[in-house]
Design a protein around this ligand. Sequence first.
Ligand code: RAM
Length: 337
Amino acid sequence: MFKPFRCGRATVLAAALLAASVAMSASAADIKSGLKIAFVPKQINNPYEVIADDGGMAAIKEMGGQGKVVGPSDAGASSQVSYINTLITQRQDAVVIAANDANAVVPYLKKAMSQGIKVVTFDSDTAPDGRQIFVNQADSESIGRGQIQLLSKLVGGEGEFAILSATPNATNQNTWIKWMQEELKKPEYAKLKLVKIAYGNDDDQKSFVETQGLLQAYPNLKGIVAPTSVGIAAAARYISSSPAKGKVVVTGLGTPNQMRAFVKNGTVKAFQLWDPGQLGYLAAFAAANLASGTITGKEGDSFEAGKLGKRTVGKSGEVILGPPTTFDSANIDKFNF
Ligand code: RAM
């Protein structure tokens, strides 16, 4: 770093100012050992979240820390609050959370940060003052626009479609839906009509029933986009055994393991996702670096993230994993998550 060649007062001051404004760059050796890092998923029983948390636990083990996963069984807006409070009492070094609401958890995360606990959001962000870093699966705009591009291709560019989302307050889904609506404004989608945004609350049964409701309410429906791994699996299951199979397109974001059977039986032609395990892995490295003081979360800070290599913090404390993959019958068997 900065090496003052003369030790006058002005030089020391200049060095301090420079250190405060220059982004930090950390190496693997700078990670403290024995860090206590807790993951708080949206809901503990969601297969997607389980893969993400497992990735986080693997990274924490690699770094010689103590990891654990705690969280609610439903993705309700305030269901994570009591878990955050307990983690504060337990004096964790860092909390990594997939927020169920952009604002509901913020006061509690702020309390954690005021006590020196580092906070990383991943998968689903809070308002920026609720965390130091947000580890995003991919660029939100590309995810949202990409969903409409894929849907349009699958339905032949025209017809009525619905979105089957997670909870009405999920930050990630709401951001993606905003970008889907932006993409829809392009003239090439003039014949594509969004008739309804339904919410399955990332609950399998509710998502299943919502799918049924959409088919009843919109007899001309040509497609359902579910940007949630719970929603897309439930929609595909409903449609696979209904007369709508082969007539109504189901696409969105899902895990290859949950969707494989529906791709093989022809219900689903294509859908997208990133590797949730890598997302959790990256988030754990971001948290450990914050907790080791090697980075502060400022734009330009960089750190080594194990097998994922060097990562740099972008605008508003965002670190991006990478572009999503599109899965179809040709490649789905290459993936096992
Ligand atoms: C569900 C959750 C999660 C989202 C995935 C795609 O599992 O809503 O937050 O990222 O779907």
